[in-house]
Design a protein around this ligand. Structure first.
Ligand SMILES: [Zn+2]
Length: 704
């Protein structure tokens, strides 16, 4: 599912880890499109331009009765969703646009890289892509590149050898294998790094995939994928089946001890420091000292532990199962994590599971899988080439200007706030002024030049890059805090269509990839850009002050700085918004969950309000821009542009599922709901008492 995700990236990695596992090793995490599924016009936006355009409107509709139809009725009529695609929205369409951009850039880089200087972004991106696309060589190699690792695992003969091999596998895969020891900023004191002992992602993305009765088909698909993959690697069929069953058994035990999604979000409860000796004892069949030493970490330090029960269960698994079973399991784990870099047959073996998890009929094309691997391996080198080609300094400067005005608007409103207590208001301003917003790409790129990336060695190049990235992360212990920007390969690379506020950094990252139509259009008028990009930035800014954002202070430390009276006033002001959402029928018989969606609805409300108000300031300073275009005033175009951004097509089944689990409301709601709380909307379209779009002024919500 693609959304404007407001996932705090590093928190997500630690607390809300969604397994990349089989579905997205290599490919982007959104529901990847099909090799030959939907007709081409789906991704050509049915003949409409990507950006704001009046041709998408249904001018025969009355904006006062049905604004959704008025703003995007022609698009909604023409856009048809193939049965096997769950959802199509602007983010999906821009994702396709980025796919097309990469489908041009990567082969060109591969053609040019043999002449490029060793270690440059062009050489590394081009050669890594060429290596991944060299299917004949990969087919000929089969599972051979993995054999040395399987042999090493087979030779494990005790706690010390187990620790040495697990540390080696963590470096080789740049993923935690069976145990997860990493170096991260201390959530309560982000000026320093600490050692954390987490629980590695399991193969299936959600805890429920292992436990829920109705998800048995997912588990059956997993068993098939494991069996087929092991068979491809040369394990006899019967043995492969038995090993698959054992892998599922082990993972189900661990899943049963993991935190639920709700528990994970309770940051205060999950922040726990445990003595090294306790964790060492819990994992005693593994020599933890050796493990730490192999990773260059000091033994004996206190550890940040979030999944203590799951970690103990892993210790129990190590103690209870014969070593031979553990070794079989580890061979599967390393095969699972490295299969995208072996023969394409290993990727194809994952099809049953991918289908069960996503409904995706076909696996993505090889080009897309390899593009995802390049992003994971040398994301910043790829980002540099992408930005050079597709994102101009002018775009960055223009976006920053919109951002500065939206930011100034919210600051002014905070100064005038009447319902926060004085100390909270004063700290809110302090925190607000410290928010770091970075647009497009980082000022400092990660330099992978020490790594030998070779055109004739896909697996080796990836493992060397993995080790480089892992050691880079581990070496941070004891150094001053210096988080990378735009560096999360799943959420924030410049090539990812996303925008997010990270409370633990008190920062907003807006990757270059989202700065294209319809989210930002260098050719569009101010009204359109303020109420698309400006509103997206406003949305993220308000997250710094909402029920999640307020748990973190101006420096990103986990510390609640609101008084109970402030929280009560906030909740009181949210009440009507929750009621509005509760009343909305997503599909017949299914209502939006007002409480679950209240954070996102508040952010949309703030976003539209800030975009609209900053536009008014802009128009005062630039009276030439205050004119009708295509027959619409800037104020009208503002609300129309916002609505068009959120027009989407979704399968009813998906809407039903998401209504229960996704804090983001569906596009059909986002298109209109925030506008209906803003007085400018009523003025722009002459909406009066008795009109369907009307909300009584006393029931409208303003938070900031
Ligand atoms: Zn959000």
């Amino acid at each position: 599912m693609s959304q404007i995700r407001c996932l705090p990236s590093r928190l997500a990695a630690l607390y809300a880890a969604v397994s990349l596992a089989l579905v997205s090793t290599g490919a982007a995490a959104d529901a990847a499109p099909f090799a030959s599924g939907p007709p081409p016009d789906v991704y050509n936006n049915f003949g409409f331009p990507l950006g704001f355009d009046v041709s998408k409107m249904d001018l025969s509709a009355d904006p006062r009765q049905d604004f959704r139809r008025y703003a995007a009725g022609k698009w909604l009529d023409k856009a048809t969703l193939p049965a096997d695609l769950g959802n199509l929205d602007s983010i999906g369409l821009v994702n396709k646009q980025v796919d097309r951009q990469l489908a041009t850039l990567l082969p060109e880089a591969a053609a040019a890289s043999p002449g490029a200087k060793k270690g440059t972004p062009l050489q590394q991106v081009g050669d890594l892509y060429a290596a991944g696309m060299d299917v004949e060589r990969l087919k000929a190699l089969g599972a051979k590149p993995l054999q040395p690792e399987w042999d090493r695992i087979a030779k494990i003969d005790g706690p010390k050898a187990l620790a040495e091999e697990l540390a080696r596998l963590a470096l080789l895969t740049n993923r935690p294998v069976f145990v997860d020891v990493s170096v991260m900023l201390d959530l309560k004191d982000p000026t320093k790094y600490v050692v954390a002992a987490g629980d590695p992602d399991l193969a299936l993305p959600a805890r429920e995939d292992y436990l829920a009765v109705d998800l048995a088909p997912v588990r059956a698909a997993y068993l098939k994928t494991v069996t087929d993959s092991l068979a491809l690697a040369g394990v006899p069929a019967e043995q492969a089946q038995a090993r698959a069953a054992r892998a599922l058994e082990i993972e189900t035990r661990i899943a049963g001890k993991r935190l639920t999604e709700e528990q994970k979000r309770d940051f205060n409860a999950t922040y726990q420091t445990r003595p090294y000796a306790e964790i060492k004892a819990a994992l005693s069949p593994l020599d933890l000292d050796t493990y730490f030493q192999a990773l260059g970490l000091p033994t004996g330090v206190d550890l940040l532990v979030t999944e203590a029960d799951a970690l103990k269960e892993r210790g129990a698994v190590l103690a209870e199962y014969p070593l031979a079973d553990i070794k079989d399991y580890l061979q599967w784990e390393v095969l699972r994590l490295m299969s995208p870099y072996l023969s394409p047959a290993f990727v194809e073996a994952q099809a049953p599971l991918t289908r069960a998890l996503t409904g995706q009929a076909e696996m993505p094309k090889r080009e897309k899988v390899v593009a995802g691997s390049v992003a994971h391996g040398v994301g910043h080198a790829l980002g540099q080439l992408y930005v050079e080609r597709y994102f101009s300094a002018q775009s960055r400067a223009d976006a920053e200007a919109v951002l500065a005005n939206v930011r100034a608007e919210l600051r002014q409103r905070l100064e005038q706030n009447t319902w926060l207590s004085a100390p909270t208001k004063s700290y809110a301003l302090e925190k607000f002024d410290k928010i770091k917003i970075v647009v497009g790409y980082p000022d400092k790129w990660i330099d992978y030049s020490p790594v030998d990336v070779r055109r004739d060695d896909y697996y080796g190049s990836i493992t060397r890059l993995n080790e480089f990235s892992r050691r880079r992360m581990l070496s941070r212990l004891g150094t001053p805090s210096a988080p990378d920007r735009f560096a999360d390969p799943d959420h924030t690379l410049p090539t990812i269509v996303n925008a997010g506020y990270s409370p633990d950094m008190n920062g907003i990252e807006i990757p270059a990839a989202i700065l294209q139509p319809p989210f930002y259009d260098p050719k569009a008028d101010a009204a359109v850009n303020y109420c698309t990009l400006g509103a997206v930035i406003g949305h993220e800014l308000t997250h710094s002050l909402d029920s999640l954002g307020r748990l973190f202070d101006a420096n990103g430390a986990l510390r609640d700085w609101w008084t109970p009276a402030d929280i009560a006033a906030f909740d009181e002001r949210s009440k009507n918004l929750i009621a509005q959402a509760d009343a909305y029928e997503v599909v017949p018989g299914v209502h939006l969950n007002g409480r679950l969606s209240s954070g996102e609805n508040l952010a949309d409300l703030g976003g539209v309000m800030l975009g609209y108000n900053a536009l008014q300031t802009h128009l005062k300073a630039n009276p030439d821009d205050d004119r009708k275009i295509d027959g619409f005033t800037p104020q009208q175009r503002c609300f129309l542009a916002w609505a068009q951004v959120w027009a989407e097509k979704s399968q009813p089944e998906l809407l039903r599922t998401l209504a229960a689990s996704d804090p983001h409301p569906p596009g059909s709601y986002r298109m209109v709901a925030p506008a209906r709380n803003h007085p400018g909307f009523y003025e722009a379209f002459g909406i009066r008492l008795g009109d369907k779009m009307w909300i009584d002024p006393k029931d409208r919500v303003t938070m900031w």
